[in-house]
Design a binder for this molecule. Structure first.
Ligand code: TTP
Ligand code: MG
Length: 401
């Protein structure tokens, strides 16, 4: 065996932390995201709430319709980050390399420490026990020969699960008749495309490898490999704060001359950056604006800011920089934050106080966008974080200028 990898993923993470700290919440449907009266989406919910059909990224109004008796809370990122640090201290003890995916999830290379599968099982069990004893939460652990299989294994018995997949054959046997969506990297869009061409199960992917490559290119090649359980990727020692920046950019279908429109696009990009930043629990110490003009000349502008993770701040800083550059047709626009840190001692800027204190500004900007472009974010704000949807939305907005 080449490598033994553990994938560990907390169960209903944000919700579990809240239930741990407030016993009155236990046993009841609990939804973390926003209050039903606000505009917002479900970040996560506990397993009681999932029985009602509620899930991550669902519009909060829809969740409320399904479960009016649920308890609705705002997320407390500071708290989740502190818990995440504690979790990583435990996990990392057993790994020669640890790759943090998000606050509640990591891949661990335990090949050396485990020596064999029995050793890996001991480590997997021990991690679960220690997380419960020392942090008061349950997690699901997958032990496998590859990253893809380890992730699959941790999903398999959720919540409080433990599962092993020791060989590619075991992996294939487990998923061969399941929908293509079971494969890592097959999202809604890709699944739809594959279904349209009659490729419904993992078996279909195996049988129609050539078609898949034609359809999806490089992604298709990857899929036809993992359909056979082949995944040689290593656990990359990584913490999200090792990234240089978190950003989002967009190339327009046709060049844009209207700078007010660019500002509106910047707000959407900022929301997307905020989402990714908060998911990994980081702050940026600077905001950067990137522009490529129609003539392919590019420029970037940067500004240092007090630790920030809010879309409103990212947006305002980007707009301030946009206002100062030459007004020529624009082909690409992007915004990002850099100087990333996981500092949990948060220095709020005055802007942050104003915007997050009443959270009104974000709402106001969203409302204005919706009215101006006849958008309805109510049901799909979260979806906009996906590149393709963002792109489509922006092109749609342009038609309503
Ligand atoms: P997940 O591990 O995807 O979900 P979970 O831990 O809540 O539930 P599960 O038992 O199925 O693993 O995500 C971890 C946290 O990330 C989650 O608690 C909240 C946050 N999150 C969002 O904010 N938005 C999202 O769309 C998703 C999927 C997660
Ligand atoms: Mg989880």
């Amino acid at each position: 065996m080449d490598q033994i990898i553990i994938h560990v993923d907390m169960d209903a993470f944000y919700a579990s932390v809240e239930m741990r700290d407030n016993p009155a919440l236990r046993g009841k449907p609990l939804i973390i995201g926003s209050k039903p009266t606000e505009r917002g989406v479900v970040a996560t919910c506990n397993y009681e709430a999932r029985k009602y059909g509620i899930h991550s990224a669902m519009n909060i109004k829809e969740a409320y319709r399904l479960c009016p008796s649920g308890i609705y809370l705002h997320p407390n990122f500071e708290k989740y980050k502190a818990v995440s640090a504690q979790l990583n201290d435990i996990w990392n003890t057993y790994a020669s390399a640890s790759e943090r995916i998000s606050l509640d999830e990591a891949y661990l290379d335990v090949t050396d420490q485990a020596v064999n599968w029995e050793g890996a099982r001991r480590i997997g069990r021990l991690i679960k026990q220690r997380v419960l004893d020392e942090v008061g939460l349950t997690c699901s652990v997958g032990v496998a020969y590859s990253k893809t299989a380890a992730k699959m294994a941790s999903e398999e018995k959720k919540p409080d699960g433990y599962f092993e997949i020791r060989t590619p054959e075991d992996f294939v046997n487990l998923i061969i008749d399941r929908d293509v969506k079971v494969l890592y990297t097959v999202g809604e869009k890709t699944a739809e495309k594959l279904h349209y061409f009659g490729i419904n199960t993992v078996r279909d992917i195996q049988l129609r490898g050539d078609d898949i490559v034609k359809l999806l290119g490089k992604h298709g090649r990857w899929l036809s490999q993992i359909a056979y359980g082949i995944d040689k990727r290593k656990v990359e020692p990584y913490r999200p704060e090792d990234a240089k920046s978190i950003g989002r950019e967009l190339t327009f279908q046709a060049d844009v001359t209207d700078f007010e429109f660019l500002k509106d696009v910047l707000f959407l990009l900022s929301l997307s950056v905020e989402n990714r930043t908060r998911r990994v629990g980081l702050y940026g110490g600077g905001v950067s604006l990137k522009i490529t003009y129609a003539n392919m000349k590019g420029l970037t502008r940067s500004r240092l800011v007090p630790a920030c993770d809010s879309a409103v701040t990212i947006y305002k800083e980007s707009v301030r920089m946009l206002d100062r550059i030459e007004k020529r047709p624009v082909r690409l626009i992007g915004t990002s934050i850099y100087n990333l840190s996981g500092d949990s001692v948060r220095q709020l800027s005055f802007d942050d106080f104003l915007t997050e204190g009443n959270s009104g500004e974000r709402q106001k900007l969203l409302d204005e966008l919706q009215q101006k472009y006849h958008l309805d974010f109510a049901g799909n704000l979260e979806k906009i974080y996906h590149g393709e949807t963002l792109h489509r939305t922006v092109e749609y907005m342009r038609k309503h200028l």
